[in-house]
Design a protein around this ligand. Structure first.
Ligand code: 3CP
Length: 666
C-alpha cells in the first residue's frame, strides 16, 4: 500500500492492464459487485445489531425498528449466552442481559421472535461459542411457531476461529470448536437451505487493532481453514460456499475501506477457484459491514454521527449487501432509543436521498481506486503466504500467535492514532447523552423465574437421556447438531447442553502473550523516569494486579495497559479474560498488591468494582477501573472507593502516573 499511504496523494498512472479491471459487476471475479444491478434491484439490507436484557424488551425493540423501516434483524446475545452459561450460573451473575439478550432456552427464543414473521424477515445471529444450542433454539422455536425450517432466512455467525484472536467468546479448544462449526455448516446446508451458515468476520480484527488490509488477510486465512475442513468432511464446496458470507469493518480510512471490499470479492473468487469451485453463485462474495466502534469518541459524541456517515458511505460504495451503522453514543454505553433511531436514519438518508443506490461500483475506473484495490490484493496474497507458513493458520490460532499479532498491531496503532476532532469541547455546551441503562438485577430475576418454570414442567428423564446421547455422540465424532436439537426440544437449557459438551471437550483457557515493547512516546519517557525515582526512593518495584473481570472478551485496552506497565518496569500480574472471579479473589487474598486494576467494557464495572473492593484492604491497596465508563457512573464508583477511573481514551502515561501517585499517598 506504499504509494498512496506514503504520499497521501496518488501520483503515478496505474497499470490497468489486469483482466479483472475490465470485468463488470455480477461477473467473475466480482470486484465491482456480486450482482449486475446491485442496489438498483435491491438496496442493501439495513440490519441494526441489537439486544437488550430480556427477550420481551428486545422483541419490542425489533418490532419498533421494523416499523421504522429497518429491513433485517440482527440479534446481540449477552455474554453468558455466548459462553453457554445459564443466567443462573454463578459465573454469569454480573453479566446477565448487559450487552445483549439473555437466551437460556427455547422458551426465551420463542418470546424473542413472538409476532415477527420469520419467513419474510431475515435474521442474523451473532453467535460463535454456544453456536449449537443457540441455533437449535432458533430452529425449534421457529418450528413450534409454525415455520418450516426450509423457509427460514438469515445468517448465523459461526466463525469461531477469530474468537481466539479477538473477542474471546469461545468455549472449547480450537480443534473441537472448528469441528462443531463445520457440523453447523453441514447440518444447515440440508435443514436450512436459505440460511447463511457462516459470517466469516474481519470486523473484530480491525476493532482489535488491525489495519483494513490485515483485517482482510486474516479473514481470508480463516476462510480457507473452514473451506479445507469442509472438504475434509467430503462436503461439496460448490454448494457450501453459496451460503458462506462475510463480515467486515468500515473504518475512517475511506478509500482504503472501499478498496478492501472490492479486493475481498476478487480474492475470495480466486481462493474458491483454486479449490476447484465452479458454481457461479458460490463464487460471489456476499458481505455485511458495520461502521467502526473504535473510531467513536466518548468526549464529543455528536461528531460520531459524521464519522458513522462517512464509514457507511465507504461500505456502500464498496458494495456491501447488509449494513449496521453504529449509534453516536456507543462509545459511552448501549445506545439509547434516540441514538438508535438516528443510526437507522443515517442509512435511510443514504438509501433514499442521495442517489447512491443508482450507481453500481461508483469508484470503478478511478486510477486511485483501481491502484488501491490492486495493492490491497497484492498485500493480502503475500500476507496469506506468511500466515500459512510453518505449521499453518490453525496452529497459529491454537498457540495464540494471531491474538499476539493483533495485540502488537494495537500497540503500534496506539502510537499512530491521530487526536479526535471535538467540535463541542466546551463543558457547558457538551451534548447531554443518556445512554441506555440496563437493570440487570431485573433481567437476572426474570431469567431465574423462567428457568425454574421450565425445569418444573419439562420431562427431566427425557432431558437427561438426550444429554447422555449427546455426550456419547460427541465421543464418536458424529455431527452433533441433530442431538443438540433433540435436547433443546426436550427443554434442556443452553447451559446444560454446553455443560454436556464440555464434559467431552473441556473449556479452553489460552495462554496469554503480552508484548514487551515500550511504546516510544515523550509521555512515557517522563513516566519512566518518574517511576525510576520511585524505585530509587522505595527500593522496590510497584506491584500491580490487573484483571479483566467477568465475561467481557474485549481485551485490547487491558493488554495495552499491561504491556505498558510491564515495559515501564512495574511488577504486573495479569488475570486475563475468562478468569473465574474466585481466582481473582484468591489472588488478592494471598498476595500483596499496591494497586488492583480492573477493566470492563461490558457495563459490569459497578458490580465488579463493589465485588473486588470488598476483597482488598483499602489502606494498603488502591483500586482503579478502566474501560467503557459512562460519566454518570463516576460518582458511584468514587463512592465505592475507586481511586482512579480511566476511559478508553485516557493517555496510558496518565494511568501509570496515577498508580505511582496513589502508592506514594498510602
Ligand atoms: C440481492 N439479491 C439480488 C440482488 N440483490 N439478486 C439479484 N440482483 C441483485 N441486485 C438477492 C440475493 O441473492 C438474496 O437471495 C436476496 O436477494 C437477499 O439479498 P442478500 O444480498 O443476500 O441480503 P441479506 O439477506 O441481507 O444477506 C446479507 C448477507 C447475510 C449475505 C451478508 O449473511 C447477512 O445478512 N449478514 C449479516 C451479518 C450480521 O448482521 N452480523 C452482525 C454482526 P438468496 O438468499 O436467494 O441468495 S454484529 C457484531 C458486532 C460486534 C460484536 O461482535 O460485538
Amino acid at each position: 500500500m506504499s504509494s498512496v499511504r506514503a504520499k497521501g496523494i496518488y501520483k503515478s498512472l496505474p497499470n490497468l492492464a489486469k483482466s479483472w479491471q475490465s470485468s463488470e459487476a455480477g461477473q467473475a471475479p466480482f470486484v465491482r459487485g456480486p450482482y449486475r444491478t446491485m442496489y438498483q434491484q435491491k438496496p442493501w439490507t439495513m440490519r441494526q445489531y441489537a439486544g437488550f436484557s430480556s427477550a420481551d424488551a428486545t422483541n419490542e425493540f425489533f418490532k419498533k425498528q421494523l416499523e421504522n423501516g429497518q429491513t433485517g434483524l440482527s440479534v446481540a446475545f449477552d455474554l453468558p449466552t455466548h459462553l453457554g452459561l445459564d443466567s443462573t450460573d454463578e459465573r454469569a451473575q454480573y453479566d446477565v442481559g448487559k450487552t445483549g439478550v439473555a437466551i437460556d432456552s427455547v422458551e426465551d427464543m420463542k418470546r424473542l421472535f413472538d409476532g415477527i414473521d420469520l419467513s419474510s424477515v431475515s435474521v442474523s445471529m451473532t453467535m460463535n461459542g454456544a453456536i449449537m444450542p443457540i441455533l437449535a433454539c432458533y430452529i425449534v422455536a421457529a418450528e413450534e411457531a409454525g415455520y418450516a425450517s426450509s423457509s427460514l432466512r438469515g445468517t448465523i455467525q459461526n466463525d469461531i476461529l477469530k474468537e481466539f484472536a479477538v473477542r474471546n467468546t469461545f468455549i472449547h479448544a480450537p480443534k473441537p470448536s472448528l469441528e462443531m462449526s463445520i457440523d453447523v455448516v453441514e447440518f444447515s446446508q440440508k435443514k436450512l437451505p436459505n440460511f447463511n451458515t457462516m459470517s466469516i468476520s474481519g470486523y473484530h480484527f480491525q476493532e482489535g487493532g488491525a489495519t483494513p488490509e490485515l483485517e482482510l488477510a486474516l479473514t481470508l486465512a480463516h476462510a480457507k481453514v473452514y473451506l479445507l475442513a469442509c472438504q475434509k468432511r467430503g462436503l461439496d464446496l460448490n454448494t457450501i460456499a453459496r451460503r458462506l458470507s462475510f463480515f467486515f469493518a468500515s473504518g475512517m480510512a475511506f478509500f482504503k475501506e472501499i478498496a478492501k471490499l472490492r479486493a475481498a470479492r476478487k480474492l475470495w473468487h480466486d481462493l474458491l477457484v483454486e479449490l476447484g469451485v465452479t458454481d457461479e453463485q458460490a463464487l460471489r462474495m456476499k458481505m455485511h459491514c458495520q461502521t467502526s466502534g473504535v473510531s467513536l469518541n466518548a468526549e464529543s459524541p455528536y461528531d460520531n454521527l459524521t464519522r458513522t456517515t462517512v464509514e457507511a458511505m465507504a461500505a456502500v460504495m464498496g458494495g456491501t449487501q447488509s449494513l449496521h451503522t453504529n449509534s453516536f453514543d456507543e462509545a459511552i454505553a448501549l445506545p439509547s432509543d434516540f441514538a438508535a433511531s438516528l443510526a437507522l436514519g443515517t442509512q435511510q438518508i443514504l438509501q433514499q436521498e442521495t442517489g447512491l443506490i443508482d450507481v453500481v461500483d461508483p469508484w470503478g475506473g478511478s486510477y486511485m481506486m483501481e491502484t488501491l484495490t490492486s495493492e490491497m490484493i497484492d498485500y493480502v496474497n503475500s500476507t496469506l503466504i506468511s500466515l500459512e507458513s510453518g505449521e499453518g493458520v490453525l496452529a497459529k490460532v491454537e498457540q495464540g500467535d494471531i491474538a499476539f499479532f493483533i495485540h502488537q498491531q494495537a500497540m503500534q496503532q496506539a502510537q499512530l492514532s491521530k487526536p479526535f476532532v471535538t467540535s463541542i469541547s466546551d463543558q457547558q455546551d457538551k451534548p447531554q447523552v443518556s445512554p441506555r441503562v440496563i437493570h440487570s438485577e431485573k433481567a437476572l430475576e426474570s431469567q431465574r423465574l423462567s428457568i425454574n418454570k421450565l425445569k418444573l414442567v419439562r420431562n427431566n428423564r427425557l432431558v437427561n437421556q438426550s444429554l447422555e446421547k449427546l455426550k456419547e455422540k460427541a465421543l464418536s465424532g458424529q455431527n452433533l447438531m441433530p442431538y443438540v436439537v433433540a435436547a433443546i426440544k426436550h427443554r434442556a437449557t443452553v447451559g446444560e447442553v454446553t455443560e454436556a459438551l464440555c464434559q467431552i471437550h473441556p473449556r479452553f483457557f489460552p495462554q496469554q502473550k503480552i508484548s514487551n515493547e515500550l511504546l516510544d512516546s515523550e509521555d512515557l519517557k517522563t513516566v519512566r523516569s518518574r517511576y525510576q525515582q520511585f524505585m530509587n526512593k522505595n527500593g522496590r518495584a510497584l506491584k500491580v494486579l490487573f484483571t479483566k473481570v467477568g465475561l467481557d472478551g474485549h481485551d485490547r485496552g487491558a493488554k495495552q495497559v499491561v504491556a505498558t506497565l510491564k515495559a515501564v518496569g512495574l511488577d504486573v500480574t495479569y488475570l486475563p479474560v475468562l478468569t473465574p472471579f474466585s481466582e481473582v479473589q484468591s489472588m488478592i487474598q494471598n498476595h500483596h498488591f499496591d494497586v488492583v486494576g480492573i477493566s470492563s467494557l461490558a457495563g459490569a464495572h459497578l458490580d465488579f468494582s463493589k465485588a473486588v473492593f470488598s476483597c482488598i484492604d483499602p489502606v494498603k491497596t488502591a483500586l482503579i477501573v478502566g474501560g467503557v465508563i459512562p460519566d454518570h457512573d463516576f460518582e458511584s464508583l468514587e463512592k465505592i472507593g475507586i481511586e482512579g477511573i480511566f476511559t478508553r481514551h485516557s493517555e496510558i502515561g496518565l494511568v501509570v502516573n496515577r498508580i505511582i501517585e496513589l502508592v506514594e499517598a498510602k
